[in-house]
Design a protein around this ligand. Structure first.
Ligand code: FAD
Ligand code: SF4
Ligand code: SF4
Length: 397
């Protein structure tokens, strides 16, 4: 077990460690530092002390875990209404690269009812194996039963890497599985790689409000688990000639569940389907007034586009959260992204900078959005949007 102590004789009470602790877990009283209960044993304070007054003993390995027993890369084959989500093929594209670097098979865990028909597509998209678990009670996603089955499979087949979509289902399933397996989980990764020496998964994601990128490893536990948002990774071109195996493992299907899904009602928001749209028209605070948001919706309608929004617009209640693009909203990757009255803050860019073409409308020529825009229109968005709608209508409708 790791532990941290202050060597009282060496501590001069300079407080350098206080500023270095991200968890406010050090206080200095009477010129002596003291570690508080909030300490997470992250070790960040150690190098800040110029007096070697912090003794940090890290338990490097957990003797109970034999890392070499774990092999293979797995992807959670999330499905809804028996259709595998688009994010799964994106994860398979990335998973293929990781599996090849590790020289191990790539597999999908597909849980559902009468869903075998999807397995061939998963193999075409890069998977070597599909672990198929079918039961009528598994038709709809359920936290309890899906997590239970997933954990049974991991314990038996011991994959070293598991990738899940950072979707509603993936975000719910991943922490349940990770905590039951006593392993680490990195959410919302934007890039993944393998350290060839250690076989550790290098999991990179934005940290501190998107101002820096952190690469996180899970060196002492297996499997290494990551979630990745839709549209961040690129799928492979499907190859229907690819060969793979469908494996039907014998698992216990949990029936005593505390939550039962009675019905699934599709909300209007879900029909927006922002993450899969080819064109998105997004509005920001520059629209000035909630009533002006209709200008964004009108252009979107003419273009057959989805409607996006920046966070202040959502926070002010102009549109529903399901439209928010950015670090705390959706990650999108359309062919064309209209940013209307959006400044281009780093947290917004985190959700849309992989768009093929960005068209920015902003009255401020120095707005950061112009740095990533393919085309920029400097001017009043209230005047420009109706003009664009009129022109596109004349050409398209
Ligand atoms: C932890 C964290 C997470 C966040 N997550 C997100 C997120 O997911 N998504 C997100 O969007 N933000 C997010 N933010 C907020 C982000 O930092 C910005 O505050 C936000 O993106 C700004 O939104 P905006 O561009 O609409 O507004 P502003 O920054 O206020 O920009 C408005 C722009 O409109 C222009 N403008 C004004 N009037 C007009 C006009 N008449 N015509 C043309 N242009 C005009 C202005 O020049 C300005 O550039 C997050 C912040 C934090 C701290
Ligand atoms: S180990 Fe981490 S959490 Fe604990 S006192 Fe040091 S910096 Fe703070
Ligand atoms: S940085 Fe070192 S010497 Fe300074 S207060 Fe912290 S433990 Fe003491």
């Amino acid at each position: 077990m790791s532990h941290i102590t202050i060597i009282s004789e060496k501590c001069v009470g300079c407080k350098l460690c206080v500023g270095a602790c991200p968890f406010n877990a050090i206080e200095v009283t009477e010129k002596k530092a003291k570690i508080l209960d909030d300490c997470t044993l992250c070790g960040a304070c150690v190098s800040s002390c110029k007096f070697n007054a912090i003794d940090f003993q890290k338990d490097e390995t957990d003797a109970s875990v034999d890392l070499s027993e774990y092999q293979g890369v797995w992807v959670f084959g999330e499905q809804k209404n028996n259709q595998v989500s688009q994010v799964v093929s994106e994860l398979l594209g990335e998973g293929r690269k990781l599996a090849d670097k590790l020289s191990v098979p790539l597999s999908v865990v597909l849980i559902g009812s009468e869903i075998e028909g999807q397995a061939a597509d998963l193999i075409a998209c890069g998977s070597d194996n599909v672990y198929l678990v079918e039961h009528e009670s598994l038709k709809n996603y359920n936290d309890e039963s899906y997590a239970d089955i997933f954990v049974q499979l991991v314990k038996r087949f011991k994959p070293e890497v598991i990738l899940l979509g950072a979707t509603t289902y993936g975000r719910s399933l991943a922490p349940r599985v990770a905590s039951r397996l006593n392993t680490g989980l990195t959410a919302d990764c934007t890039s993944l790689d393998i350290d060839p020496e250690t076989r550790n998964l290098l999991q990179t994601r934005p940290a501190f409000g998107g101002n820096l990128m952190a690469t996180i490893i899970c060196p002492n536990h297996r499997p290494q688990m990551s979630t990745v948002r839709p549209k961040v990774m690129k799928p492979l071109d499907p190859d229907p000639a690819r060969k793979g195996k469908i494996i039907r493992p014998d698992v216990h299907i949990p029936t005593e569940l505390s939550v039962k899904v009675i019905d699934i009602v599709q909300t209007l928001c879900e029909k927006v389907n922002l993450t899969e749209a080819d064109i998105i028209v997004s509005g920001g605070r520059g629209l000035g007034d909630p009533k002006n948001f209709v200008l964004v919706e009108e252009l979107a309608e003419v273009l057959g586009a989805a409607v996006g929004a920046s966070r202040p617009v959502v926070d002010s209640g102009w549109v529903d959260y399901s439209h928010q693009v950015g670090q705390t909203g959706k990650t999108v990757g359309p062919k064309v992204y209209f940013a209307c009255g959006i400044s281009g803050a780093v947290q917004h860019l985190a959700g849309m900078s992989s768009s093929d073409i960005v068209i920015a409308i902003n009255k401020d020529p120095s707005a950061p959005i112009f740095k990533i825009a393919t085309f920029g229109i400097i001017g009043n968005v209230i005047e420009i949007l109706p003009e664009l709608t009129k022109e596109f209508k004349a050409k398209l409708v």
